[in-house]
Design a protein around this ligand. Structure first.
Ligand SMILES: Cc1cc2nc3c(=O)[nH]c(=O)nc-3n(C[C@H](O)[C@H](O)[C@H](O)COP(=O)(O)O)c2cc1C
Length: 361
């Protein structure tokens, strides 16, 4: 079990859904890095639960208490630590799942691994709530990277059969539009249709999954430490640690498998100013595990929320009998809107760590 990620910039998260609090220690942010804590709060608010009908009814402000590492708007060079108190918990909703695990959630695996010691309340340390401290760390790394010209944008690319406008892989430029819609998407009409789909699934007591697309621009060439700390490997390590992420592709990704080499290869050229470029970006800005200077593009598949109110088959682990379960409590009818900042945060911490390894910071 590891709650820590990274080598040169190291993030540790702790806590569980219904523990007294959750939090984060972030080590390696260079002294003097300017940090706007209100900006971190705004970023975290995009993930916080209870903001709308498409999110869980559990309402948490996700207000953090900074313990150390930032003074007068700058990193001190010491470990940055913050706690977020859990205030809106209803642990009684969960007591039965140690006996009758929810299909699709972590309950079964956790019971098999930890036995009766597993903290089942709210999913314990498997809860999506642990992405709040991740977003705290990510919010800091986003500012560290932004000061070096590296910017992130992410949106729901598809959900319930509705597709948003994909990023232009050569020049993703829709970051501002994403922040203006009710859901994190580029096209307002996609936001409206996705909202309808989520509310329809919710009315059925069911849930929806989808795909999140993320673009990182302004990255210098040369970031990435092959073999095992290639850019894909490190982003995958961080992004697959976000609960409910089940697939990941970079650039053309799985579509590249169906192309000829001559189609998939990105043709190179020097422009009239002698600047190196590529005509396409099927590589997603990464060759040999190293950034080329083109935008890094990846897409993450996020499964539908496992806790659904539709009756499902499960087992009783005490009586060794088959049974049925209808999951109550407060759950996101789709994880996608809140996973957008979580996946952005994971990628930001990963890239900050890689840039520190390559002495770009
Ligand atoms: C932001 C976020 C919110 C989530 N909300 C819920 C939820 O309300 N109900 C639920 O059953 N799962 C929720 N999940 C997903 C579970 O945490 C996850 O499916 C579970 O821990 C099992 O992990 P796995 O899906 O990676 O195998 C959420 C995940 C994230 C990232």
């Amino acid at each position: 079990m590891s709650f820590s990620f990274g080598t040169n910039i190291r993030m540790t998260v702790f806590g569980g859904s219904h523990t007294a609090g959750i939090g984060c220690v972030l080590d390696g942010i260079p002294a003097g890095t300017a940090i706007d804590l209100d900006e971190v709060r705004r970023f975290m608010a995009r993930r916080a639960p209870g903001g709308s009908a498409t999110s869980t009814a559990r309402s948490e402000a996700d207000e953090f208490e900074l313990l150390s590492g930032i003074q007068d708007g700058h990193a001190t060079g010491g470990a940055i630590a913050a706690v977020i108190r859990n205030t809106n918990t209803r642990s009684q909703d969960y007591s039965g799942y140690l006996e009758t695990p929810r299909p699709g959630h972590s309950d079964l695996a956790a019971i098999l691994k930890y036995g009766e010691y597993h903290d089942i309340r709210g999913g314990g340390h498997f809860s999506g709530r642990l992405t709040a401290p991740l977003c705290f760390a990510g919010g800091l790394c986003l500012q560290l990277l932004q000061a070096r010209g590296v910017k992130f944008a992410a949106h729901i690319l598809s959900l319930g059969g509705v597709t948003d406008k994909p990023f232009d892989p050569l020049a993703p430029s829709d970051a501002d539009a994403i922040l203006t819609n009710a859901l994190p998407v580029i096209l307002p009409e996609a936001a409206a249709k996705m909202t309808e789909k989520i509310l329809a699934a919710k009315a059925d007591g069911d849930s929806l999954g989808g795909v999140i697309e993320c673009a990182v621009t302004g990255l210098p060439a040369g970031v990435g430490e092959p073999m095992y700390d290639s850019v894909e490997s490190v982003i995958a390590h961080a992004v697959f640690s976000v609960p409910a992420v089940k697939g990941l592709e970079f650039g053309a990704g799985f579509a590249a498998a169906g192309m000829r080499g001559s189609e998939n290869n990105d043709s190179l050229f020097f422009d009239e100013n002698g600047k190196l470029g590529a005509k396409t970006n099927n590589a997603g800005g990464i060759l040999g595990g190293i950034t080329t200077g083109m935008p890094v593009i990846f897409r993450a598949a996020v499964k539908p929320t496992p806790s659904v109110a539709v009756p499902q088959e499960t087992v009783n682990m005490k009586t060794n009998t088959n049974t049925q379960i209808t999951v109550g409590g407060r759950h996101d009818p789709s994880i996608l809107p809140r996973a957008v900042p979580a996946i952005t945060a994971a990628a930001a911490v990963a890239i900050a760590d890689l840039m520190a390894a390559g002495r770009f910071l």
